[in-house]
Design a protein around this ligand. Structure first.
Ligand SMILES: [Zn+2]
Length: 435
């Protein structure tokens, strides 16, 4: 553990510390954030004392990404929720803009320091230790993932940056530099395992003992994780950040049973019902949308920010000694489909189909017919066969039956030959719309 006095702090004590930080953060928002002054005043809250403490947070309104974007103007390009003076800002990242135009994420020196601290705890949870080598595939470009690179120095790792989209360089680095760990998206990890196998490169026999995945869900799905672990001969753990809140906020430990909040002290987590917005208790098995609040942020702190990430909560004690609830992300709230009243995430479909490896490759594509969330059965699912395998009705029927018994949905399974589906060096899409 990088910081046992923090990471193993009893959760009740954590909430006391966080309550104090939260009250200070609220006072700061009232003083400096035009956006939150207006937003809270609209709910009849005109002073920090009226907002109460962390225990009362669910009474405050949620913050939507679109609301923040609406306040972007030529005069205020970072939005009216910016709180710091221009001279205090030391870095400005931008988001990829997958759900609209890119937005800017400013940070003060203190914010950046806290990001790196949280990210280092999250990645160190995987078991990597000072003196080991790690090959990274993140580009230090405009995106917040670049901030995670500093976390590797903080842990004391020897960092070998390779960047995105350079498979040759990556495989050569593993062969010649003999790193103990690699960090990449789960899609890219899967792609590399296939490339290595095609070329007769013994990736499972390589020096890599740990594969750290982040950037999209997948590393926590049992069947998909099993595919990655077999392909690399290494332990796979995942990490997760949220662009507007912080990089690698969460990181999984060697128990592989959900991600711990590495950014504790800096961020408070809630889970809500994505439809009604009602708060859900952070209990074992709770499932809903992750909502995050900055506790010690200066540049552009956010209050009850809707992440659109759909998570499942694990609250049983973790043998690693880290305290507090853990999460597993099952997908974007926007990717959820409702098939005759049953909620389905494409990642869950992939996980069920993954149990049919080695007959299938593990690649799936969910192809909803109707636009929007609600779908009439059967839901069309395309499944790629493993190399050298030919599909038959028996296999398609078995997959369909398994999807029915596990996810309680009717599907129509189409088997396609190996290599049909597009591989990604970054993130994969599991849904194809607009046919
Ligand atoms: Zn743990």
């Amino acid at each position: 553990m990088l910081e046992p006095e923090v990471e193993a702090r009893p959760w009740e004590e954590q909430l006391v510390v966080d309550d104090e930080s939260y009250r200070t953060q609220l006072a700061y928002l009232f003083e400096r954030s035009a956006f939150y002054r207006d937003k809270l005043a609209a709910e009849g809250i005109t002073a920090p004392s009226e907002a109460g403490g962390l225990g009362d947070i669910a009474q405050l309104p949620l913050t939507e990404k679109a609301e923040l974007r609406e306040t972007h103007t030529p005069e205020s390009p970072m939005g009216t929720h910016i709180c710091a003076e221009a001279a205090e800002i030391v870095r400005i990242y931008s988001t990829s803009g997958t759900t609209g135009s890119p937005s800017f994420v400013p940070l003060t020196a203190g914010d950046l320091e806290n990001w790196v601290t949280g990210s280092a705890r999250s990645y160190a949870a995987s078991g990597v230790t000072a003196g080991q080598r790690i090959v990274s595939t993140y580009n230090a470009g405009p995106f917040v993932a670049g901030a995670a690179l500093a976390a590797f120095d903080r842990i004391g790792l020897c960092h070998i940056p390779v960047g995105t989209g350079n498979t040759e360089r990556l495989l050569r680095s593993i062969e010649s530099m003999r790193p103990e760990a690699v960090v990449l998206t789960p899609s890219y990890a899967a792609h590399l395992a296939e490339v290595a196998s095609e070329r007769g490169i013994d990736l499972p026999g390589s020096s890599v003992e740990r594969v750290l995945v982040a950037g999209e869900p997948g590393g926590g799905e049992p069947a998909f994780r099993a595919i990655l672990e077999a392909g690399w001969g290494a332990r796979v753990t995942e990490a997760m950040g949220v662009g507007d809140i912080g990089v690698s906020l969460w990181g999984e430990c060697e128990e592989q049973d959900g991600m711990h909040l590495g950014a504790r002290d800096f961020v408070h987590a809630e889970v809500i019902d994505p439809q009604s917005g009602a708060p859900l208790a952070l209990e074992h098995g709770a499932e809903g949308e992750l909502v995050l609040t900055h506790l010690r942020h200066r540049a552009a702190p956010l209050l009850r920010f809707r992440t659109r990430d759909h998570v499942v909560v694990r609250a049983s004690p973790c043998p690693c000694g880290r305290t507090g609830p853990r999460i597993r992300c099952v997908g974007r709230t926007d990717d959820m489909l409702i098939v005759r009243g049953v909620n389905v995430f494409p990642s869950a479909v992939r996980d069920v189909v993954g149990a049919f490896v080695p007959e299938v490759s593990g690649q799936v594509l969910v192809r909803p017919r109707a636009s929007g969330v609600k779908q009439e059965p059967p839901l069309s699912v395309r499944v790629e066969l493993a190399r050298g395998h030919t599909g038959d009705t028996r296999l398609a029927d078995a997959i369909r039956e398994r999807l029915r018994s596990v996810l309680v949905i009717q599907t129509e399974v189409e088997l396609v030959p190996w290599g049909t589906m597009k591989r990604s060096e970054y993130k994969s899409t599991l849904v194809e719309r607009g046919r």
